[in-house]
Design a protein around this ligand. Structure first.
Ligand SMILES: [Zn+2]
Length: 377
């Protein structure tokens, strides 16, 4: 897979993979949430005070498929979680996103292993978990996620300030989280493996109901290792339609269908993050949605490597002041970075979501109402 490709989602308009930073844009313009203060400073306002008003850099951690850690190498999963906790302050880690296939055989002992590792994050850094095909029935033959929901229950998360709500009562398969960082309000939308049609209807509503938030979609499969949407070629393997769960009510949707039915439709969707795909396990694609917004779609999966993935995780480092996002790949197990261009790169310069205005996190009463509405679905 080549690093730089002309990218186009199914229906997305081609755009250059990289372009140079637009230097003439002042830092003032790049910081919408502090624009007022910086363009009209109080007389005598010290520079240090002005600097403190700039949106601070922050990091999201992506945990690719951990199925073999839960099955066979729980110490590697634990090393990842411990590293996140130990580096939370230094790297300003604000959220952890697990791409799914938390377990391999969906057994009680694997879930116990996973829980032991993930619990290290509890009360330290919020996280989102996307169930994969291996977390659902027996390798996705059904949408039975009872063990997932037993160990990572709604009850465990519903009172967290970052928790938004769920699609189905008492099920974490499809849910959303809220946080603010870098001067932007964010919404993480977690969608099940090959989401059903009704799940996409709900997802559309959630995104539309939160126009002031930039949305990160976290789902187990979406982008393929050839940098095209999963399902865009007949040669693509591991399509959700090829798993038993696709035969249930509501069917299943692959990457192409998710783009057409959800992702392309909303101006405020910025990212889609997924794992699942083997081959070289990495890919990225920048597409332009129907409203002209850039959508960054990133695949990372290391399960095929030594020891079930050698502990490789992804760091997405956001630098609002420079309108820059750097992606790095690091293994706490090996204490190494992988600096190959497929594993360490920057998103398009001048990423457009930093231009979006931001508001404070919705008041708790609003969240409660949203929660109440959703719970009844
Ligand atoms: Zn998978």
């Amino acid at each position: 897979m080549l690093e730089a490709k002309e990218s186009s989602g199914s229906g997305g308009k081609p755009m250059r993979k990289r372009f140079r930073v637009v230097l003439f844009l002042s830092l003032v313009l790049s910081c919408p949430s502090t624009q007022g203060q910086l363009t009209s400073p109080e007389p005598g306002l010290a520079k240090t005070n002005m600097d403190s008003l700039k949106p601070a850099p922050f990091t999201l951690v992506i945990l690719p498929d951990t199925q073999f850690y839960s099955l066979q190498y729980p110490q590697i999963f634990t090393a990842q979680a411990k590293w996140i906790v130990d580096n939370k302050e230094e790297k300003s880690i604000v959220f952890v996103l697990h791409e799914g296939d938390i377990t391999h055989n969906n057994t009680e002992s694997e879930w116990q292993n996973a829980n032991e590792s993930i619990s290290i994050l509890d009360d330290v850094v919020p996280y989102a978990l996307a169930p994969g095909n291996h977390d659902s029935g027996r390798n996705g033959n059904t949408r039975d996620t009872e063990l997932f929901n037993t160990h990572f229950s709604l009850n465990r998360y519903q009172n967290l300030p970052t928790f938004g709500g769920v699609y189905e009562p008492d099920k974490m398969d499809n849910c959303y989280h809220l946080f603010s960082a870098g001067g932007v309000d964010w919404l993480i939308l977690v969608l099940e493996f090959g989401p059903r049609d009704d799940v996409l209807t709900w997802a559309n509503q959630m995104v539309a109901d939160n126009p002031g938030r930039q949305v990160i979609i976290l789902t187990h499969t979406y982008l393929y290792s050839d940098d095209t949407l999963h399902g865009s070629k007949a040669s693509h393997k591991w399509n959700p339609h090829n798993y038993g769960l696709a035969g249930g009510t509501g069917g299943a949707n692959d990457g192409v269908e998710m783009w057409d039915k959800l992702v392309r439709l909303h101006e405020n969707i910025s990212f889609v993050i997924n794992g699942h795909i083997l081959n070289d396990g990495v890919g990225r694609l920048v597409s332009v949605g129907d409203h002209g917004n850039q959508v960054y779609q990133i695949l990372a999966n290391y399960q095929m490597l030594k020891d079930g993935g050698s502990g490789w995780l992804r760091l997405m480092e956001f630098v609002p002041e420079l309108k820059k996002v750097s992606v790095k790949t690091y293994s706490p197990h090996l204490d190494q970075y992988n600096t190959h261009e497929q594993h360490e790169f920057e998103l398009e310069e001048n990423v457009d979501f930093f231009d979006k205005s931001t508001t404070a996190v919705a008041p708790q009463s609003k969240l409660s109402n949203m929660w109440g509405d959703i719970k009844g679905l």
